[in-house]
Design a protein around this ligand. Structure first.
Ligand SMILES: O=C(O)CCC(=O)C(=O)O
Ligand SMILES: [Fe+2]
Length: 309
């Protein structure tokens, strides 16, 4: 089956014999199939000035098949609900017109707002942000209310301590081939509760445990460490379709890095049959990430991504 919204020539299909790393999908990882080589992905030439992590040369690397269901990382959610397409088109277009069209080389914008009480007691969720990003936040709040645990919903839209807070909206634009290095969003700058929305294209986001049991010195021999490493999986590739909504909280926000590999296409399990995969070409992707600033961190001037260090 073809991936929805892909052009016919954008899609390769196959079975992921020999290469699926997900131990829960043993039925498709057995070596008896006729598939001989795993899929590989073409990578693009780099631009040394880019803010994003890009490959240095054109080459092919083997990839794993990304899943469509959220991986079992505590605090990570990708609800089934998507941003309605009319609204997504509108927000995407506004971002392009206001921040990127006609500005060659600009691929990231940071905006700041604050939750303030409205007349009548209701909160305006991002006073100071452009009006369309405030109303988008309000739409997201209603869209997510029925599909998130109530404490996660409150974390995203009220904040931890129930007092008016400052928040940041960061808008990232990725051409096919561009990505973002593995990082944990700055611990000293942002609080818990991060909301990320994809527009224009899907992409695979990779999650990796910041400190794995296998890497920690447990004092056990190598054999025991290997057994530990198999108990819990430390790396997941998740496909984020366009209009999807990603929530990072708790462990997924603090103890896992997230990254987007810079490549031209992704290998993704099929929607109706996860034992089959398709290669999905990337298009221009825009993401909006809303996050709370920690008290005292609402002074602009430092970069907003860091490695785990
Ligand atoms: O583009 C995305 O979805 C991720 C952006 C991100 O991780 C960041 O800006 O910290
Ligand atoms: Fe991030």
């Amino acid at each position: 089956m073809k991936i929805a919204r892909q052009h016919e020539q954008d899609v390769l299909q196959g079975r992921p014999d020999n290469m699926v790393l997900d131990p829960t999908k043993e039925s498709c990882s057995s070596a008896h199939g006729t598939q001989t080589s795993p899929p590989s992905i073409a990578m693009e030439e780099s631009d040394d000035d880019s803010l994003f992590d890009e490959p240095r040369e054109s080459r092919h690397i083997p990839v794993t098949v990304a899943r469509r269901r959220a991986p079992p990382i505590p605090g990570l959610f990708v609800p089934d609900v998507h941003v309605p397409s009319g609204l997504a088109d509108e927000v995407f277009q506004k971002c392009m017109d206001m921040y990127f069209n006609g500005r060659a080389g600009v691929n990231q914008v940071m905006l700041f707002g604050r939750s303030v009480p409205e007349l009548g007691g209701e909160l305006i969720l991002g006073h100071g942000l452009p009006a369309f990003l405030i109303s988008f936040l309000h739409e997201l709040r209603e869209l997510l209310r029925p599909v998130l645990p109530s404490h996660v919903h409150a974390l995203l839209f009220v904040g931890k301590d129930n007092i008016p807070r400052a928040r940041q909206a960061i808008i990232n634009l990725y051409d096919p081939g561009e990505g973002i290095s593995p990082h944990v969003d700055l611990l000293k700058r942002f609080d818990d509760g991060i909301l990320g929305i994809s527009f224009g294209s899907g992409c695979v986001m990779s999650f990796e445990k910041a400190v794995t049991e296998a890497k920690e010195d447990t004092g056990l021999g190598a054999e025991h460490r290997d057994m530990d490493a198999h108990k819990a999986r430390n790396q997941w590739d998740l496909y984020l379709p366009e209009r999807s909504i990603l929530v990072l909280s708790e462990e997924s926000r603090y103890r896992w890095t997230h990254a987007i590999e810079g490549r031209l296409s992704d290998v993704v399990e099929n929607e109706n049959d996860s034992s089959e995969w398709s290669t999905v070409m990337r298009r221009t992707r825009l993401s909006i990430t809303y996050r709370w600033l920690l008290p005292g961190a609402d002074i602009v001037g430092t970069p907003d991504q860091s490695s785990v260090a």
